[in-house]
Ligand binder design. Structure first.
Ligand code: FCB
Length: 442
């Protein structure tokens, strides 16, 4: 059997190092007739936006198969399950709780509890209710306050069933991909929009953090950010400067306000029209103390200087995963160490890491040695960062199972469990077995 291993003295083999698997509501649930529409329903219905013209109507049918899926999670031997709540499933347009939606998640949370699996709940993994988008979505400051109300109601309804709350998943993706380059829902394009959306997302995070700390003082409350470390294409001063700008624009932009209460200095280089609308007191709200920081890592990027833009993205070298992202575990260690050197950080959880591979389902098995290699390289990278002083407390594989991979539809498979979308049958891949084996070694 293919194995995953860590050095015998690795803190990642200690009993208190937490292992989990992660999913997100829109990517797995389906059951759309039981909730309000969200921006991803609308985006999927727009021709040309999703590679295989698919949508989230059924996805992994987790809406109906959640019990079986939790049994599957249990069978992997993980300590924790990171899931997200579909805002349009649990709230009505009038801002009231929707009892049927609440019941769906309460049942899940109770089953997790009965199996001693810690629930890591993300409140916003990109499925904004469409009625809010119709009023401007994250470009409307009011959405931050609607998010806080949702956080308030939901955290009261869930009581002590939740071990940890994350306010947002990857605000970079929501803001930049959704409101600046438009490859994600709601598909808005323009440099004048991205920073404004980001500011309202971060404001919503800060408002919600205060509420979570009040409603659930015993839960571990924080946020999940993604990092795509930026490397310069050459040693030239111009390329290094461009790369630094890119890093500030796509990475530091989201962490610096949380920890230092300020945006990176490049904000002054942006035209006034591209800058966020910051009202007095906003940065203090955003800079709430965090119980933990969730970090998602998949790949790195390479940049050089450009005559017309602040930076130019370079094509990435091989090896690459099936989604085209370079496999470069060194950048994972580098970014963890550099964040730790730059900021005063709370404990860190790796809330996502994993790989899309061109899996072959043969004789009822998936022998995904390439994914196992990816995990091995990246677990080692985390171990290296820990030995350089970074306080990493846990690791979640993305993803529990193959699912709707946003603009790529169902074409890219990230699961450690294979999903046959016709029969909805789940099969643990070799990577899933290796992950289970690693966890059981502690
Ligand atoms: C992350 C998302 C997650 C998944 C992975 C591959 O950016 O948070 O939902 O799609 O990428």
């Amino acid at each position: 059997m293919a194995k995953l291993s860590l050095p015998l003295n690795s803190p990642m083999l200690a009993k208190d190092f937490l292992y989990g698997v992660a999913t997100a509501s829109f990517q797995i649930e389906g059951g759309i007739e039981h909730r309000l529409p969200c921006i991803w329903d609308t985006f999927c219905a727009t021709p040309g936006k999703i590679a295989d013209a698919s949508d989230g109507a059924i996805a992994c049918d987790h809406f109906n198969k959640w019990q079986e899926d939790i049994d599957l999670i249990e069978s992997l031997g993980v300590d924790a399950y990171r899931l997200s709540v579909s805002w349009p499933r649990v709230m009505t347009e009038q801002g009231e709780l929707n009892p049927a939606g609440i019941e769906f998640y309460l049942d899940i949370l109770k089953r997790l509890k009965s199996k001693n699996i810690k629930a890591y709940v993300t409140l916003y993994h990109w499925d904004l209710p469409q009625y809010l988008e119709d009023n401007g979505g994250w470009l409307n400051r009011q959405t931050a306050f609607s998010f806080a109300e949702y956080a308030d109601k939901i955290s009261q309804a869930f009581g002590d069933l939740v071990h940890s709350y994350a306010t947002l998943n990857e605000p970079f993706c929501s803001a930049f991909l959704g409101y600046e380059v438009g490859v994600h829902a709601p598909g808005i394009v323009g440099k004048e929009f991205g920073r404004k959306a980001a500011h309202h997302l971060l404001l919503g995070h800060g408002l919600a953090m205060k509420i979570l700390q009040k409603n659930c003082p015993n839960a571990q409350n924080g946020i999940v950010l993604n990092f795509t470390p930026c490397y310069s294409n050459s040693d030239s001063e111009a390329d290094i400067k461009a790369t630094k700008f890119a890093d500030d624009y796509i990475n530091q932009w989201y962490i610096k306000p949380l920890i230092d209460g300020a945006y990176p200095d490049i904000i002054d280089q942006l035209p006034k029209a591209h800058q966020p609308d910051i009202l007095p007191g906003d940065m203090e709200i955003i800079q709430q103390p965090l119980d933990f920081l969730g970090i998602n890592y998949y790949t790195r990027m390479i940049y050089q200087a450009d005559e017309n833009e602040h930076y130019a993205e370079m094509p990435v070298p091989e090896p690459r995963t099936d989604i085209g992202w370079e496999i470069y575990p060194q950048a994972f260690t580098d970014v963890l160490v550099s964040l730790n050197n730059t900021y005063t950080l709370p404990p860190i959880f790796i809330t996502e890491n994993g790989a899309a591979m061109a899996d072959k389902f043969v004789d009822g098995e998936v022998d995904d040695q390439d994914r196992i290699d990816y995990y091995q390289g990246h677990l080692n990278a985390v171990d290296n960062a820990i030995s350089q002083g970074v306080n990493v407390k846990g690791y979640f594989a993305w993803s529990l199972m193959d699912n709707f991979e946003w603009a790529e539809g169902y074409l890219k498979r990230f699961g450690i469990v294979h999903v046959d979308y016709q029969s909805q049958q789940r099969t643990i891949k070799a990577s899933g077995l290796a992950y289970r084996n690693l966890i059981s070694q502690r």
